[in-house]
Write a protein that binds this ligand. Structure first.
Ligand code: SF4
Length: 412
């Protein structure tokens, strides 16, 4: 037990020292405003730091307060999130903002249980916000932290197993609990480097000498996982806890964490139809309750999947564990799909662009075709005609945004 405590203490000290020198200068690290930190934590779920930065900056410019987020229109929210994916996050964010306005007078709650009770905020996010914004000793455990802890402690069991997961939470808790007694670390180069930009931030900022060791301990764990203890080719020779790491000592870095078998990817193929009439295009908004709900897209339908999947099955609703061999549909099949979807025989169907992308474990091929429907056509149910300028104001799914760009390119 004494050895264990010594090891925890040594990891903590080494991580804090390393973070003081190596922390990246990220915009949400220049503030302790819980709202700004909350926005960053939600955006960073499933999304890389460099992608998030411009989204985070734009969000805070356009919705600088919790009240603004609570009162924003659905269109504005989705537009601000357009390109980040996993749109349930932004809808839950607004619900949580509304709860904060109604139940907490618009002030972000400081008690962990109240934060955890907000829509879209789980144990990890509540721990991250409470530690980073309020310097509370609340643990965090995300993919980065799981990787660091399983390697440092040589944990061979699958971290998703209930007992192993509980053990990892305990380790993360022990680490941050001890940090709450730390005085501010001297020689904090990262903070000094940020001092100029900190003075410009509109929110409450760290003051010199303020104890923020819980905040920095948790961030150092995430940062080590992001920069050094990476999934592939970790930089063990640069690692501040290498001398404490069981996986490094035993040559098991490559096999930890033990994440078990991954479900194989599933290929799916869709055809989308770009229909133009008098300078306007036919688009529709995805309904509530499906993947990418409320976002805009060109009319499209699933084609060419193996038997057993009904055409138009909403993405993600059906589980598959095998890689389907999806072959390119014949022009006849595409033409039939267009007729079924749009209600009119399509003439002069011609390929516009092919977009490949992934959603969770689906590897999707989306082929867009321009379609001539003649002049008698009325919009099918749920679809509307929009000009290119109007479409720019709407939030499209990433794949359909690429179709939009292909249309613009074709016109220039
Ligand atoms: Fe990760 Fe290597 Fe450091 Fe161990 S020594 S924590 S495996 S980077």
């Amino acid at each position: 037990m004494i050895v264990h405590h010594h090891k925890i203490s040594a990891i903590r000290t080494n991580l804090l020292d390393w973070f003081s020198v190596n922390a990246r200068d990220l915009p949400w690290r220049r503030t302790r405003d819980p709202y700004a930190i909350w926005v960053s934590e939600i955006m960073l779920q499933q999304t890389q730091v460099k992608t998030v930065i411009p989204f985070w900056e734009r969000w805070l410019r356009e919705l600088p307060t919790i009240e603004a987020a609570a009162n924003a229109s659905s269109d504005q929210l989705h537009k601000l999130w357009e390109g980040l994916g996993y749109y349930t996050r932004v809808r839950n964010f607004q619900k949580a903002a509304q709860v904060i306005v109604q139940q907490h007078g618009g002030k972000f709650p400081e008690r962990f249980e109240e934060v955890l009770a907000l829509p879209g905020i789980g144990r990890y996010t509540a721990g991250a916000i409470c530690s980073i914004a309020f310097n509370q000793p609340t643990a965090i455990l995300d993919g980065n932290v799981v990787r660091v802890l399983t390697r440092v402690f040589g944990i061979a069991e699958n971290p998703k197993d209930k007992e192993t997961n509980a053990r990892l939470w305990e380790l993360a808790t022990e680490l941050v609990l001890g940090a709450s007694g730390f005085a501010a670390i001297r020689g904090d180069k990262a903070r000094l480097a940020h001092s100029e930009s900190e003075s410009r931030t509109r929110t409450r900022t760290r003051t010199k000498g303020e104890n923020d060791a819980c905040s920095r301990l948790n961030q150092s764990l995430m940062e080590l996982g992001a920069l050094v203890c990476t999934p592939r080719n970790p930089q063990c020779l640069l690692c501040p806890v290498q001398h404490l790491c069981v996986a490094f000592r035993d040559g098991r870095v490559d096999v930890l964490p033990n994440l078990g078998e991954r479900a194989p990817a599933t290929a799916r193929r869709f055809a989308a139809f770009v229909v133009e009439r008098d300078g306007k295009f036919l688009v529709r908004q995805r309904p509530a309750g499906v993947v990418n709900a409320h976002l805009w897209e060109f009319p499209n339908v699933e084609v060419g999947a193996s038997p057993g999947r009904p055409p138009g099955d909403s993405l993600g609703a059906v589980g598959r564990s095998t890689l389907l061999r999806v072959t390119a549909p014949s022009s006849r099949a595409v033409s039939d799909a267009a007729k079924g979807l749009l209600g009119f025989a399509a003439q002069n169907l011609s390929p516009l662009v092919t977009v490949k992308h992934s959603i969770t474990r689906y590897r999707i091929t989306l082929e867009a075709f321009t379609v001539n429907l003649g002049r008698t056509h009325v919009a099918p149910d749920g679809a509307v005609w929009k000009t290119p300028a109007q479409m720019q104001q709407l939030a499209f799914t990433s794949a359909h945004r690429k179709i939009l760009r292909a249309i613009e390119r074709a016109k220039t």
